[in-house]
Ligand binder design. Structure first.
Ligand code: NAG
Ligand code: NAG
Ligand code: NAG
Ligand code: NAG
Ligand code: NAG
Length: 494
């Protein structure tokens, strides 16, 4: 999430914008990239779907923010005889409609059934026809609770609850927890990453802690992972301060928490990535990827790896922060990195909206070193320490490819309507095409629309956000050698 004041400024800017910047069309460019000697191919866009901005879910709230995190439910992916694919997509909004203020929005997951009918023809579909390629049907919502079945909240964490020993249905100890206030001691969650486990539980990563939580299938918290001191938001006296209203002295920046979460199912290694570099690392491109061994998720889990990932920079030197990662094969990950332009964003000309690739094969593992403390930056003032070799990062899938978008009735640039690609793409999921092409996968990605609707309902109260931004979904077909074992195991495909 962006900070509230910045987001308000963006809305004002969008309103003030009289003439849009001239959009220079981008044709389909090179679609192959090589990383660690392996060639990966983007075969193009094959599906588009949407959930309208005013769609209401079973609690009575507007269904928004759902592209913050997506996961294909274990065992649900199926190839149909007619060439379509079906499955259940689990989607997780962040912290509710919060353009004005953060709200007491209980964390939740929704289940959507989908039918993907991949479209490969070069002939352009209309916007209406394009939506038949990826059809989504809402099924249900599971609300989330913390200790003692207390509802979680989306409010800004202004207070801290002391660490607690395990008890009852929460056998594991909790670290110090971000809570709304001392009067409202509810755990506050700004959920971003999501992993659907084979046993029906879910790992969720958050921006506030930034922590990683394990929830049962029916929405109860069972485990909390607290990252090392270098990542925790600490004030100048070294005390925790979880607020997202301003940056801490060290640790994750405000609204720059664990945006991405993924798992290597073969080794039960959970990976989480910070949206951008910590404050002490210059709050720019040198972000951190952390690995935890979750082979025994009902006990405290150890940190087993940590690497620096160099995110792309814009021509103006601004970081294209990451909104999600996805495990491809040992050492290799997809990385969603992007600007803030697009529908519902800060301008209509998208410059960078990518699913890229990076490898940590040759990178320095800094876990358990002085870089894990708050006092030793890995990239002082944004300059990487000479002792660290970062991950290797390559550009891959460009969402804003004009030729591909036009095939689905979509576009980049003027006009700013619902056929403009959304601004805030924040999630990735993979599923196999099948035996005919064992190295080919469908790459699913979805946008966070920030609940922007002129006909919204939040906590039962109607609101008008001044614009309508749908929840958009894109599906690409990509060739990812080496990914089959992990993708199949994660989805329960034998
Ligand atoms: C959403 O908006 C569309 C277009 O204005 C309208 O047809 C539809 O009835 C609305 N749906 C809900 C649930 O309000
Ligand atoms: C293929 O079958 C699925 C599942 O029965 C169905 O939902 C889908 O509409 C069919 N696709 C086409 C293109 O007919
Ligand atoms: C693409 O679609 C057009 C219009 O539906 C059709 O005429 C054409 O045969 C299709 N091309 C291929 C290669 O399927
Ligand atoms: C929610 O919907 C999914 C998909 O249809 C279904 O498998 C699941 O059992 C439903 N869960 C609840 C609690 O109804
Ligand atoms: C994870 O922990 C398990 C059980 O302690 C151990 O057997 C395994 O080797 C560990 N995996 C990694 C990648 O460290």
């Amino acid at each position: 999430m962006l900070s509230l004041s910045y987001r308000l400024a963006l809305h004002v800017l969008a309103l003030l914008q009289i003439s849009a910047a001239l959009h220079v069309p981008r044709a389909t460019t090179a679609v192959s990239v090589t990383l660690d000697g392996v060639t990966y191919v983007n075969q193009g866009l094959v599906g588009f779907g949407r959930i309208p901005s005013n769609f209401t879910e079973s609690t009575g709230d507007t269904m928004g923010g759902i592209g913050s995190a997506i996961a294909i439910k274990y065992g649900s992916w199926q190839a149909q005889a007619n060439g379509s694919f079906t499955g259940t997509l689990v989607v997780q909004p962040d912290r509710g409609y919060n353009v004005i203020n953060t709200i007491d929005y209980q964390a939740r997951r929704h289940e959507l059934q989908f039918v993907l009918t991949p479209y490969y023809n070069a002939t352009a579909l209309t916007f209406a026809a394009a939506q038949k390629t990826f059809q989504l049907t809402y099924k249900n919502t599971t609300l989330e609770f913390e200790r003692n079945s207390v509802k979680t909240s989306g409010l800004d964490p202004t207070a801290i609850r002391a660490a607690m020993a395990g008890a009852g249905t929460n056998p594991l100890a909790d670290p110090q927890m971000p809570i709304a206030s001392t009067a409202e001691p509810h755990l506050t969650v700004d959920a971003e990453g999501l992993i659907a486990n084979a046993d029906g539980t879910y790992w969720t990563s958050d921006e506030y802690g930034p922590y990683i939580y394990l929830f049962t299938g029916d929405g109860h918290l069972v485990q909390t992972i607290q990252p090392p001191a270098a990542i925790l938001p600490l004030d100048s006296a070294g005390n925790l301060d979880f607020t997202s209203e301003d940056d801490p002295a060290t640790g994750r920046g405000a609204n720059q928490g664990f945006e991405g979460l993924t798992i290597d199912p073969a080794t039960s290694t959970l990976y989480a990535i910070l949206q951008s570099a910590t404050i002490q690392d210059g709050a720019l491109q040198y972000t951190r990827l952390l690995a935890y061994n979750v082979s025994h998720p009902s006990t405290a889990v150890p940190l087993i790896g940590e690497w620096i990932v160099p995110l792309p920079l814009s021509s103006k030197g601004k970081v294209e922060a990451t909104s999600d990662i996805h495990f491809v094969s040992p050492g290799v990950f997809l990385c969603l990195a992007r600007d803030g332009n697009g529908h519902g964003g800060s301008g209509d000309d998208i410059k960078y909206k990518h699913a890229d690739l990076f490898s940590i094969t040759g990178a320095t593992d800094i876990h358990g070193t002085a870089f894990d403390t708050a006092g030793t930056p890995a990239a002082p003032k944004g300059k990487l320490s000479k002792s660290i070799t970062p991950a290797t990062y390559v550009s891959f899938v460009d969402y804003a490819d004009d030729t591909q978008l036009a095939r689905f009735g979509l576009h980049n640039g003027d006009p700013d309507d619902n056929t403009l690609l959304d601004a805030k793409w924040e999630s990735l999921a993979l599923a196999p095409v099948g035996d005919s092409a064992p190295n080919d996968f469908f790459l699913f990605t979805a946008s966070d629309n920030d609940f922007l609707s002129t006909q919204g309902i939040s906590l039962g109260v109607p609101y008008n956000a001044g614009e309508d931004v749908d929840n958009q979904f894109l599906v690409f077909r990509v060739t990812l050698p080496g990914a089959a074992a992990g993708v199949k195991k994660a989805l329960g495909i034998v």
